[in-house]
Structures are given as C-alpha cells and as structure tokens.
Design a protein around this ligand. Structure first.
Ligand SMILES: Nc1ncnc2c1ncn2[C@@H]1O[C@H](COP(=O)(O)OP(=O)(O)O)[C@@H](O)[C@H]1O
Ligand SMILES: [Mg+2]
Length: 360
C-alpha cells in the first residue's frame, strides 16, 4: 500500500518574535501533516499561536526554524542552520494554491462583489464575458448568485464571508485556510458557512485548515483536530478519537463547550435523587462510541444483573457517521450485582465514571 503524501507538511516549526525587551516564542517545535481532502481543525484559545502557525503554510510568516513542504515542494527549509526559501516567483505560484479567509472578511468596501471576487485573478487577461462567467460561476458556488453588483456594505456578515470565500476560490486553490472565519457570525450563519466549507471540501476536493477557538465549529465538519496551547500542539487525532478519548484537560474543556453534557450535569446534580443518593446506589456517567447503544445496555443491566437504571440525562451525537453517546444515570441493585454489572458494561467498550457513591 502506498502511503498518501501530505498536502501540507510542517516539520519542527518554531516562530520567535524578537521584540525590544523580550522574545515571544509564538510557535514551538510544531510538526503537522495534513492529507489531501482533510478538514483539519486547529483549536486553541486566543494567543495560542494558531494564526502564526498557519501563516507559515504560505510563508506569510517565515518560520524561525523548520521546514514547510506543500505538495512535496519545500517553501522553507532551515535544516543544517542554512536558511533556504523558495524563489519568490515560484512562491507566488505556490501561494495561488492556498486561499485564505478571515474573521473580518477583508473585502474592499469601495468595490463591488464582482470586483472583489475577480481581484486575485486580475492579472489574467479575461474578456468581459469571461469575467462575467467566472464571477457567476464562483458566486453560484457560494450560493450568492445575483449579487455581483452589490457593494459589501449592502451585505450581511454571512454574505460577506461568502464573497470572501468566492474570492479565495478564484485562483482555484487546493488548500483553504480559514482563520476564525466564523467567529464574528451568529450561530445560524456560522453553521451555514461551515456547511458551505464542507460542500466545497466534498465537491472540489478542497483541503481545509480550520482555525478556531470554538470546538463547536470543528465538531460540525472537521475529520481531524489538533489542540494548541502556548505555541505547542498538545494533542491531536481524529475527531472521534479526540471526542471519545481526550487526554488533556484543555481538550476536555473545549469538548465540554461543544456538547451539552456540562449543562446536563449541572442540572442533574441539583436533583434530589442525586443529593439523597443512598448506598449502594451509584450515580454514573456512561460514555460510548460506535455500535453500543443505550437501550440494549440498560435492558441487559436489568435482565442479566437485576440492576435498574434511572436515566437522568442522555445525549447522542453523530460524529463522522458514528454515534457517540453519554448517559447520566443512577444504578440501583445489590452491591455484588452492581459490581458485576459495571464490569460487564466496561467489557462492552463503554466508559464508566462513578460520579457519586462507590462500589462495595
Ligand atoms: N507580529 C507579531 N509580533 C510580535 N508578537 C506576535 C506577532 N504576532 C503574534 N504575536 C504573538 O504570538 C503569540 C501567538 O499569537 P497568534 O498566533 O496570533 O495566536 P492565536 O491566533 O492563537 O490567537 C501571541 O503571544 C501574540 O501576541
Ligand atoms: Mg488568531
């Protein structure tokens, strides 16, 4: 089996900003492979180094150290203490393959939608009808047909971002970098833009790097996630791996913001059934991904172990076509039965956390 070549390969990237009194290490030894067709989410709080890192992909930011390889071509190679950068003419060619969209759209307000969209390809000598066709094609793609002659001030935030996406696609890139592109939008508009990105990923085979501080955005469309903190990638994996088995506390914090478990827990914990929990009853959180589903699980608890489950909260989501579920429940039964039931549940690849009470 031949290995798939990454479309973006970052090797041991450092970016250090030298300032008068101090130097800021914005990116520290980050290596990252992104495969063609990935929607790769990079999540982290403000200041984590996300923007600086992704700006090295098209050398808008030169790495202090490390290699940037796009489709097998080295844009930067700083190994052996020798700085090597691609020639500027070739860099311009490479940059055409990498589109970018931003939080504040960066449109030219005194120009029409059509002029904004065509700006990146203004060097091409297109006839009037070719220009018109190109604009129509791009606006059609982003769901904004018939607005070619509008000015940005006449558009909503979501429409402005669609124009920015059309502009980013004008030079037919293979990669789209989205740096907080939905952060200024309301949740409904955010979702429509994310669905547009997903459509472009599927229909054009566009590889997308999705930078955000909102795990919710990543959860909607990404297939892979890296979590950044203080210039480093502290955790990475498939969407499913990250959501079902996060290793780092920061990752868990981000996940909690993207599920309603946090809210569910708070409400459930204040219920009298939990406050007055009597031994040997236990209050548990059951988490599962994939084939196991809640109903057979609960039925078997009773049938096989004589343990009853009082479900206080349940949440099932579909991540990458896989059901991922969480149940908060009080399990009641004889202490030996409870222990046997918990052991059996664990064997079915269900994660069991006892939130209150204990097994005998
Ligand atoms: N041009 C710059 N000069 C000096 N420091 C910078 C510059 N750009 C970013 N930084 C610093 O680098 C760190 C990472 O910033 P940034 O990459 O913008 O993070 P994020 O996008 O995750 O919010 C921050 O401490 C920021 O202040
Ligand atoms: Mg940023």
């Amino acid at each position: 089996m031949t290995e798939i070549q990454p479309i973006i390969r970052l090797e041991n990237i450092d970016v250090t900003f030298e300032q008068k009194k101090q130097s800021v290490k914005a990116v520290k030894n980050v290596s990252l492979d992104i495969l063609p067709g990935d929607i790769y989410g990079i999540v982290g709080y403000s200041g984590a180094g996300k923007s600086t890192l992704v700006r090295t992909i098209n050398l808008l930011q030169k790495p202090t150290h490390g290699n940037v390889v796009i489709n097998g071509t080295y844009l930067a190679k700083t190994t052996d203490n020798k700085e090597n950068y691609i020639a500027s003419k070739e860099l311009r060619q490479q940059r055409k393959k990498i589109g970018m969209i931003f939080q504040h759209f960066n449109l030219m307000n005194e120009r029409t939608v059509a002029e904004n969209v065509l700006f990146p390809i203004s060097h091409l000598k297109l006839s009037k009808s070719q220009r018109k066709d190109k604009v129509n094609e791009l606006l059609e793609l982003v769901g904004l047909a018939n607005r070619a002659n509008a000015y940005p001030s006449q558009l909503s935030g979501g429409q402005k971002q669609r124009v920015a996406i059309a502009r980013a696609l004008a030079s037919e890139p293979e990669i789209l970098i989205s740096d907080e592109a939905t952060s200024a939008l309301d949740p409904k508009t955010t979702n429509s833009i994310l669905q547009l990105l997903k459509k472009l990923n599927i229909e054009l085979g566009l590889t997308i790097v999705l930078i955000t501080h909102e795990m919710q955005a990543v959860k909607e469309i990404a297939n892979k996630i890296a979590v950044m903190e203080d210039g480093e990638i502290i955790e990475r994996g498939s969407l499913l791996e990250i959501f079902t088995a996060p290793q780092k506390q920061l990752t868990r914090d981000f996940i909690d913001t993207a599920t309603n478990l946090e809210d569910g827990l708070r409400k459930v914990k204040s219920q009298t059934a939990i406050k007055n929990l009597q031994a040997p009853d236990i209050f548990v959180q059951l988490s599962y991904a994939g084939a196991s589903t809640d109903q057979p699980l609960i039925t078997s608890l009773f049938k096989d172990f004589n343990v009853t489950a009082n479900v206080l909260f349940g949440n099932v989501e579909i991540l990458q076509e896989t059901p991922v579920g969480t149940l908060l429940a009080i399990l009641s039964g004889k202490d030996t039965d409870l222990t046997a039931a918990i052991n059996s549940i664990k064997k079915q690849n269900v994660k069991v956390e006892i939130l209150k009470g204990e097994l005998a």
